[in-house]
Write a protein that binds this ligand. Structure first.
Ligand SMILES: C[S@@+](CC[C@H](N)C(=O)[O-])C[C@H]1O[C@@H](n2cnc3c(N)ncnc32)[C@H](O)[C@@H]1O
Length: 223
């Protein structure tokens, strides 16, 4: 898996890159790059945005700036790019991210994520350079960086070797093992705390009853 994130704030990702499952995925051969698209702007003074045609508040990220950044990095006309890799514009009104979408992305060899800022992208960036628009939820963040981290996190933890214990991802919320349902509740020590007890069956050591109890709780959560 090869993931490139185009952003105006690559330094935001320094912390993210150091997280255990991210480091594990990188050690297993995944590649993760954070690219500042301001570096390749053809405009003076590092300009990347401009006022919207038709008027209105805010600034819009320019298509010529994104064209230069993608062209400089990939060495081709970015209209060719979506035929070679998934190019994803992060945008509040995009396709909602869910488990199915994450699985689809994790199966790709290469992803490019474009982080917007201000009022977002000139629509020609989305139309001509992107294969997807992706939303992490129906609310508006100040920029695409946190959305990119959400996507990278969800995708990288699907890769072999990313999690300390690979079996954690086998039976978890929305997995095939749970037929797409939410996971059942977990408990740990102490078995009794402030009068709140752990369900008796979990202390019974009876594997079949525990399995049935968990399946039942998962079904109830999925209703
Ligand atoms: C302030 S938002 C732009 C909002 C845009 N004017 C609108 O109303 O849809 C700036 C950038 O943050 C990112 N962003 C904000 N909310 C997001 C979300 N829910 N999912 C994915 N990206 C988001 C996008 O990259 C977007 O271009």
């Amino acid at each position: 898996m090869d993931i490139d994130v185009f952003t105006l704030f690559p330094e935001w990702f320094a912390w993210f890159r150091e997280q255990r499952h991210v480091r594990n995925a990188l050690a297993e051969g995944a590649r993760l790059r954070f690219l500042d698209f301001r570096e390749h702007t053809p405009l003076s003074g590092g300009q990347v945005d401009d006022t919207p045609f038709g008027g209105g508040a805010g600034m819009v990220l320019r298509v010529d700036v994104m064209d230069s950044a993608l062209r400089a990095h990939y060495g081709l006309d970015p209209v060719e790019l979506p035929r070679r890799r998934r190019v994803i514009a992060l945008t509040p009104a995009g396709r909602p991210l869910d488990e199915e979408y994450v699985r689809e992305l994790a199966a790709e060899p290469a992803l490019t994520l474009l982080c917007g800022r201000y009022e977002g992208f000139d629509e020609r960036i989305v139309e001509h350079f992107c294969s997807d628009t992706l939303s992490i939820g129906r609310y508006v963040l100040a920029g695409g960086e946190l959305a990119a981290m959400v996507v990278c996190d969800a995708v990288l933890r699907k890769l072999p070797g990313a999690l300390g214990d690979a079996s954690s991802a086998v039976e978890e919320s929305f997995s095939a093992a749970l037929e797409g349902r939410p996971e059942y509740p977990h408990y740990t020590r102490p078995a009794e705390y402030r009068g709140w007890s752990v369900p008796e069956v979990l202390l019974s050591g009876h594997h079949e009853r525990i399995r049935e109890w968990r399946e039942q709780r998962s079904r109830e959560r999925g209703e």
